[in-house]
Design a protein around this ligand. Structure first.
Ligand code: 6R9
Length: 647
């Protein structure tokens, strides 16, 4: 292994870097100091129907926020992801699909993608969908999910993809919030050899969604499903009747592209709104640099399209760049923990992007499952979703990448739309566990609790002074909440919700959420959402949920439950509570631990002291910190005792 470790920094010597660090930093500083000039140049990465005259109209103000980019430009995101590649890449694979069943694959060329997208876009128009209408997409990891997103983009409809692992209730809430008029789903999804019904969830959800007129159903399996002849439309029948050409809707740069729901520290999930040009440009630029994209790359991001990572780095980024993007339907451990690496070998994957939770889970299965595969096609490895611990980083680098492939740890959020802090392969010397330096146009700032900026090395709240054109524009239907959540806390800065350390070399180390958001296997969940699902059970008086360190998931979910007077704390009730969360949110939100609490520790003003519960959940029963504001000190002692008893 040729590797030069300068102090704690790793540089893969044999990697042919696209440019050197000094040029990168010069270009970065220019992007911060002269953003208009920089972004005008970058805007050539996209094809415009008519050019913009204004580059940037951005003000992270103390009274209100303006974020508008390229605001008089006109373009279409689907044309940029599909049509413009037809000349040179018509016969190149755009989407390389591997099903749950090993080796069952499908290759969709750019020409075929164009025809499929146009057909569905025409179908949507035939069903009455027009520019500005919202379409909910509740599909598994099959090519139709990308086709559906692009078809919406083509006709100017706003898509709202809902992760297929969410329950009927969670789907209904999202469909109602965005006012979707149409839902696209499948009969079922297939994961680890099992068929999981989807259409029945939609049927249940739509009972409380009066605005939905039509439901398009893809037949993934030959499962029998209930059918509402008035409302339901078979995907194949709809698209077969349509032409392979479809005139795109020309969109203003700031017209909405999609809404994607994500959890916050309070209340219901927020509909994060992204617009057309800035988002797409930022996807294309970041995808190109962070993965050092080259001609003939086979690029694979293992995320689900239901999350922002799937939107930006399975669909929009790679397709805008004319790349081949691999989409995988299954799970990392089926039929064996070698599956990821077998897929890499079968398709000659060159760039692989996954989450620390998957890395840790596979690491636990032992090195043999990796070593038995070749992986020599791999060139770049990426990580996203949560902090990657140095041990997992090293395993990924040394065992999976055989010490040849730079690991790019990418920090960003649903709200930022695209990668904000990450190394460039072969360019940025790596430190295991650090996302290293900001990308073009991104100016991070650390502030202390009083809102003062921290210069040089130090630790604080991670904020952004500049975020480039890909950042969210608002919370759908709730601009006040948007301002309050992201700009109301530290005047003049976008507040990320993450804690972060900057070391003496200027490297950024994300320490995790400092709010009531927990990150379970890379899935973002608000503790408030889980609590409300628990208290919905008639036996529950009160519930408090906190995260605790979990070996593979990153964080696990620990729920403290106070039952109503006269209710018994039984195993049966535990089962019902778990089910209640599965029903209302989905299996990912089911608590790992449920602990009965005679009462919860609260301040005199009635606020639950989560800081104390977090320590208890970690198994710490003494040194619980300052308790001077605790209303009833006895409560904590009782809980600590039951924590000890659990072992
Ligand atoms: C892209 C995505 C965002 C939150 C974010 C942070 C955590 C994501 C990370 C990371 C440390 C990384 N996060 N990437 N923490 N290092 N490389 O995951 O979006 O689902 O909105 O989650 O995830 O806490 O604030 P999203």
């Amino acid at each position: 292994m040729k590797m030069n470790t300068q102090a704690d920094r790793i540089k893969v010597q044999e990697y042919a870097a696209p440019y050197d660090l000094v040029s990168y930093l010069n270009e970065y500083h220019r992007s911060i100091a002269a953003p208009d000039e920089f972004w005008v140049e970058q805007s050539r990465l996209l094809d415009w129907k008519s050019p913009f005259s204004k580059v940037r109209n951005v003000d992270f103000g103390t009274q209100g926020v303006t974020i508008r980019w390229f605001e008089d430009g006109v373009l279409n995101a689907c044309v940029n992801c599909v049509d413009r590649h037809l000349g040179q890449r018509g016969n190149q694979t755009a989407i390389l699909w591997e099903s749950d069943e090993p080796g069952v694959t499908e290759k969709i060329t750019y020409s075929e993608l164009h025809a499929s997208v146009c057909r569905l876009a025409n179908g949507l128009r035939a069903l009455g969908i027009r520019k500005g209408d919202c379409v909910a997409i509740y599909l598994p990891m099959i090519p139709e999910v990308a086709i559906a997103m692009l078809a919406c983009a083509r006709i100017g409809a706003i898509h709202s993809v809902v992760f297929a692992g969410f329950s009927a209730d969670a789907l209904a809430g999202r469909v109602r919030d965005c006012g979707a008029r149409l839902v696209i789903t499948a009969d079922a999804s297939v994961r680890a050899g099992k068929r999981i019904p989807l259409k029945s969830n939609v049927d249940e959800a739509l009972r409380s969604c009066p605005l939905v007129e039509k439901c398009i159903v893809v037949a993934r399996t030959s499962a029998d499903v209930d059918w509402d002849a008035e409302r339901d439309v078979r995907y194949v029948e709809l698209v077969d009747a349509q032409s392979r050409e479809c005139e795109p809707e020309w969109m203003n740069a700031e017209d909405p592209l999609f809404v994607l729901y994500t959890s916050g520290s309070t209340g219901t999930p927020k509909g994060v709104l992204h617009t057309t040009a800035g988002y797409l440009l930022s996807c294309a630029l970041s995808h190109r640099h962070v993965f050092d994209l080259r001609e003939d790359d086979i690029y694979w991001c293992s995320a689900d399209v239901g999350w922002i990572t799937g939107h930006s780095y399975i669909v929009y980024g790679p397709l805008a760049n004319g790349a081949t993007t691999l989409m995988f339907e299954g799970v990392p451990t089926y039929p064996s923990p070698s599956r990821f690496w077998e897929i890499c070998d079968r398709h000659g994957v060159t760039i692989f992007y996954t989450a620390p939770t998957a890395i840790r889970a596979l690491m636990r299965e032992g090195d043999d499952h990796v070593r038995s595969t070749d992986r020599s096609s791999l060139r770049v490895l990426g990580s996203v979703g949560e902090p990657i611990n140095p041990e997992a980083w090293r395993w990924y680098f040394e065992i999976v990448g055989d010490g040849r492939c730079p690991v790019v740890d990418t920090w960003w959020q649903t709200e930022t739309g695209t990668i904000m802090i990450a190394p460039i392969p072969g360019v940025t010397p790596l430190k295991p566990g650090s996302a290293t330096f900001p990308l073009f146009g991104v100016e991070p700032v650390l502030v202390n609790n009083s809102g003062d900026e921290i210069e040089g090395a130090g630790e604080g709240l991670l904020c952004l002074k500049q975020a480039g054109p890909g950042i969210m524009r608002t919370i759908y239907g709730d601009p006040k909440r948007f301002f309050k959540t992201y700009f109301g806390r530290i005047p003049g800065l976008y507040f990320t919700g993450d804690g972060c350390r900057r070391d003496e070399d200027g490297y950024y180390w994300i320490t995790g959420r400092i709010d009531d958001v927990i990150n379970v296997s890379g899935h973002r969940l608000g503790t408030a959402e889980i609590e409300s699902a628990l208290v919905a059970h008639p036996a529950v008086a009160e519930a408090a949920v906190v995260g605790y360190p979990h070996e593979t998931k990153g964080q696990g979910i620990h729920a403290f439950i106070t039952v109503k007077a006269g209710i018994e704390e039984t195993e049966k009730l535990l089962g019902e509570l778990r089910l209640s969360v599965r029903r209302q949110i989905g299996p990912i939100a089911q608590p790992d631990v449920i602990q009965w609490a005679a009462s919860l520790p609260k301040t005199r003003s009635g606020k639950i002291m989560r800081r104390v519960l977090r320590k208890l959940a970690e198994g710490q029963t003494n040194d619980l910190g300052d308790m001077s504001t605790l209303a009833e000190p006895g409560v904590v002692a009782t809980l600590a005792k039951s924590t000890q008893a659990r072992g």
